[in-house]
Design a binder for this molecule. Structure first.
Ligand SMILES: CCCCCCCCCCCCCCCC(=O)SCCNC(=O)CCNC(=O)[C@H](O)C(C)(C)COP(=O)(O)OP(=O)(O)OC[C@H]1O[C@@H](n2cnc3c(N)ncnc32)[C@H](O)[C@@H]1OP(=O)(O)O
Length: 287
């Protein structure tokens, strides 16, 4: 997974990168969003780190087409730098985001505390075991090796819906493997976005008694925002405390507060997605 974040500089403010296989034959949103953050981070002073990003998934990404990241230098201030990245395939943008970077500074501090009553990851079922238990479904949906161990507090939504629907969930996540010593803070930030796209809309599914494998489900991430409050390391367990404030009109909103094991709030995330039931064959779109 780390290889696809090792972008190649192909021109001024321009980078290229590869894609990992993905089950629905489009580029995994967290991958292209994370790569676009890394591209932006390559163009800022070395002591400025991503603190927020806002972006839109404009078109489905083609796994077989070249992926180019074009960065625009929007602003370099005394302590903040802003960059726009367009991820392009065949000359058209599939993703547009603006990321902002800041020097490390002292300031006022507060954070919503980690909920006290969430069980730790050790005793919870691992996504690895669930994927291994259903070889047929796993072959259809997943690459041979998944990068993250995901452990839900509520029932997982891979094979079926939650029998007790609700808009909230808590989930632990940790990358398999190590981070290279040379990994920089902006790469670590990007890897959090990679990790989260697989679960940000789960509270929407949970509330509506849906699962990833529900037949006829149409889903795609539309937009995404992350605020990194601190340096974040996906090779250590992170707790996602998730909610869905609303779903309507074919769109659902997911939010997450992300805590490290020590209880620090390391990031806040919001993501909206298209969540629809596929129209039955032959049914015309509304006039
Ligand atoms: C062991 C077990 C493992 C199990 C399994 C594990 C899973 C383990 C978790 C993995 C989890 C990964 C999660 C990945 C999450 C991303 O990675 S998503 C990828 C990133 N996002 C994207 O690629 C989205 C890119 N953007 C777009 O594609 C477009 O901007 C949008 C959002 C589709 C909107 O475009 P648009 O042209 O305005 O689209 P629109 O006209 O609304 O039509 C969209 C679809 O809705 C349909 N539609 C339109 N109106 C309606 C309506 N009223 N009712 C119903 N349908 C409608 C259309 O027919 C169309 O259908 P398709 O032709 O696509 O089949």
């Amino acid at each position: 997974m780390l290889d696809i974040f090792d972008l190649t500089e192909v021109g001024p403010l321009t980078y290229s990168g590869g894609s990992l296989p993905h089950f629905n034959r489009r580029i995994y949103g967290g991958q292209v969003f994370g790569q676009a953050i890394v591209a932006a981070g390559r163009t800022v002073p070395a002591d400025r780190f991503a603190h927020s990003v806002h972006g839109y998934f404009l078109r489905p990404g083609n796994l077989d087409a070249a992926l180019t990241f074009a960065v625009e230098e929007l602003h370099d201030g005394g302590s903040f730098s802003a960059r726009r990245t367009h991820a392009l395939q065949d000359g058209v943008p599939i993703l547009s985001l603006i990321a902002s970077f800041q020097e490390v500074q002292e300031g006022f501090e507060h954070a919503t505390p980690m909920p006290p009553d969430v069980p730790g990851p050790e005793g919870l079922p691992s996504s690895d075991a669930i994927f291994r238990s259903s070889a047929e479904v796993a072959r259809q949906y997943l690459a041979p090796k998944t990068a993250f161990d995901v452990r839900h507090v509520e029932p997982q939504l891979y094979l079926g819906p939650d029998p007790e629907p609700g808009t909230r969930q808590a989930m632990w996540i940790r990358a398999h493997g190590e981070m290279p010593a040379a990994a920089d803070r902006n790469l670590r930030a990007a890897l959090l976005v990679y990790a989260c796209d697989q679960a940000m809309l789960e509270p929407v599914l949970r509330e509506h008694e849906l699962a990833w494998t529900t037949p006829g489900l149409l889903m795609a991430s539309i937009d995404h925002a992350t605020w990194w409050h601190r340096d974040v390391d996906v090779t250590q367990w992170l707790l996602f405390v998730q909610d869905s404030p609303a779903a309507q009109g074919g769109r659902g909103l997911g939010t997450a507060r992300v805590y490290d094991r020590a209880g620090h709030l390391v990031a806040s995330i919001a993501q909206e997605g298209m969540v629809r039931r596929r129209r039955p064959k032959g049914e015309a779109p509304p006039a």
